[in-house]
Design a protein around this ligand. Structure first.
Ligand code: G1P
Ligand code: ZN
Length: 542
């Protein structure tokens, strides 16, 4: 039986770059999740009788919201819900299942790399039929609808058994519980040369993959250990836990520091990697070298032709604006298109759909290709493994060779987290006001060549996204970028991205922060970061 339940709007349901993200207690308010899901359904057209894909990263509150979404999907007229066993689906796997099943779309429950638990983060995001994140037009519509919603529709049936694979009826709906790994593993097998990677492991190659108690555990065990024959224990922290074991499932040098330390110590495995809460980010560390995501994108793009899925070459490369220009040099050498988009994976969707780009990446540990419409952590790891197996060199040698060929883009991101919103805005506004006057000014011996507030003109749909970050370019190819995070859940996060290009191989061995010291100091002079934020240092440096 379908019920229409009266409700009143919440004012704070504006989806950010990755859906609606709030603390669990916010989502636990009566009707909160229901309002948002109904606002989403009200903003979609023509889904009667069609399929909705559903899953999450297993964090606290996942199962409850899965049950709610199933009952609301039934009441709103979907014909079928395809849900991962135990309510689990990684973001890239969900993207693939949406595409493979030609579903109408999918709902993914995750707050990505943010911590989970009763007082931590939760999130709901919607992906469209192409498997990619909802476009801005849709998220705007959802927000507008959420402010005027007066009722939602829900069907009355008991909890669906999420722990048994199979197809069954639930109210007016068909529910299919699927193995969350199978389709994805098959896709990976179609892209990569598993035989060659298997031989690499047989020859004694050792790897450490940290699933961070998040969603990629089951995927890594199946693919790395079972299908590729990596020794048991290659995947660690592989049981997804509702609170990620009390850690941030964020594969960076702060939260995956154990892995980093191990990779830098004597006796390190040959290759280390980690992924985040919902499986779309990746961290890759060679024995003795951390590979920045920006470098990783460039190196993967330069070597992709060695791998079956990309043997025909790349159509183009896309990167988010703050990501370093390392990949630009690869695109230039390959003679293919290079696209610079605003932060957020959704901006790659049109380029991928139009066949203009094959590989995309963001400095925030996101890399992916046209195989799905999300960034994909394990995919990046497998691409690295395949390249390592074919080239027969260490990751360190491959990185050094790459720098020698293309030059090195020293790169770092400084985050000032949970800054009071007013103070963060004052910092950005102050700098914005001065942008026009900056070109020609010298700071610490470096001359500003250009400065702007980045705006993106989508080459396919003509849409314009402005206000995407303040850029300050210096003569010689250095760059500072300032932007506010769109995904934080408390206060504002100021991100400073620092980049310096160094063509000379004899200067490729510097410590990154030291190599960028002048630019970092210039950033503070320009934006008065310390006085605006009241912080002596960033909360996180990556
Ligand atoms: C962050 C990253 C961005 C990524 C997004 C979702 O967004 O910087 O690259 O697409 O998370 O994973 P931000 O908090 O900077 O808005
Ligand atoms: Zn994520």
């Amino acid at each position: 039986m379908t019920r229409t339940v009266a409700t009143t709007p919440f004012a704070d349901q504006k989806p950010g770059t990755s859906g609606l993200r709030k603390k669990v207690p916010v989502f636990q308010q009566e009707n909160y999740a229901e309002n948002f899901v109904q606002s989403l359904f009200d903003s979609l057209d023509g889904f009667a009788g069609s399929t909705l894909v559903l899953g999450g990263d297993g964090r606290y509150f996942n199962r409850e919201v899965i049950q709610t979404v199933i009952r609301m999907a039934a009441a709103n007229g979907f014909g079928e819900v395809v849900v991962g066993l135990g309510g689990i689906l990684s973001t890239p796997a969900a993207s693939h299942v949406i595409r493979k099943r030609q579903a109408f779309g999918g709902i993914i429950l995750s707050a990505s790399h943010n911590p989970g638990g009763p007082h931590e983060d939760f999130g709901i995001k919607y992906n469209a039929a192409n498997g990619g994140p909802a476009p801005e037009k849709l998220t705007d519509a959802i927000f507008a609808r959420s402010k005027e919603i007066t009722s939602y529709r829900i069907e009355d049936f008991g909890p669906v058994d999420l722990d048994r694979i199979g197809r069954f009826e639930a109210g007016s709906l068909t529910v299919e519980v699927i193995d969350p790994v199978a389709d994805y593993a098959e896709l990976m097998e179609s892209l990569f040369d598993f035989e060659t990677i298997r031989k690499k492991f047989q020859s004694g190659f050792r790897m450490a993959f940290d699933a961070m108690h998040a969603v990629t555990g089951p995927y890594a065990r199946e693919i790395l250990e079972k299908r590729l024959g990596a020794p048991a224990g290659t995947a660690r922290n592989y049981v997804p836990l509702p609170d990620f074991g009390g850690h941030h499932p964020d594969p960076n040098l702060v939260h995956a520091s154990d892995l980093y330390d191990e990779m830098m110590a004597p006796g390190a495995p040959d290759f280390g990697a980690a992924s985040d809460g919902d499986g779309d980010r990746n961290l890759v560390i060679g024995k003795g070298i951390f590979i920045t995501p920006s470098d990783s994108l460039a190196i993967l793009a330069a070597n992709a032709h060695l791998v079956p899925g990309y043997r025909g070459g790349l159509k183009g490369i896309a990167r988010s604006m703050p990501t370093s220009g390392a990949a630009d040099r690869v695109a230039e050498k390959l003679g293919i298109g290079m696209y610079e988009t605003p932060t957020g994976w959704k901006f790659f969707g049109n380029l991928l759909d139009a066949g203009m780009a094959t590989i995309c990446g963001e400095e925030s540990a996101g890399t992916g290709s046209d195989h799905v419409r999300e960034k994909d952590g394990l995919w990046a790891v497998l691409l690295w493994l395949n390249i390592l197996a074919v080239r027969g060199q260490s990751a360190l040698d491959i990185v050094r060779e790459h720098w020698a060929t293309y030059g090195r883009n020293y790169y770092s991101r400084h985050d000032y987290e949970a800054v009071e919103t007013d103070r963060a805005n004052a910092l950005m506004d102050g700098l914005k006001r001065r942008l026009e006057s900056l070109p020609g000014t010298a700071i610490r011996g470096m001359t500003v060549s250009a400065a702007d507030d980045f705006a993106y003109h989508d080459p396919i749909d003509g849409s314009v996204s402005s206000g995407q970050g303040l850029r300050i370019f210096f003569e010689g190819g250095s760059r500072l970028v300032f932007r506010l995070s769109g995904t934080g859940t408390s206060g504002a996060t100021v991100r400073l991205y620092v980049e310096r290009y160094e063509p000379d191989p004899s200067r490729h061995g510097l410590d990154t922060q030291a190599a960028l010291a002048d630019l970092i100091a210039a950033a503070d002079e320009l934006a008065k970061i310390r006085s605006h934020t009241g912080r002596a240092a960033p909360s996180v440096i990556t």
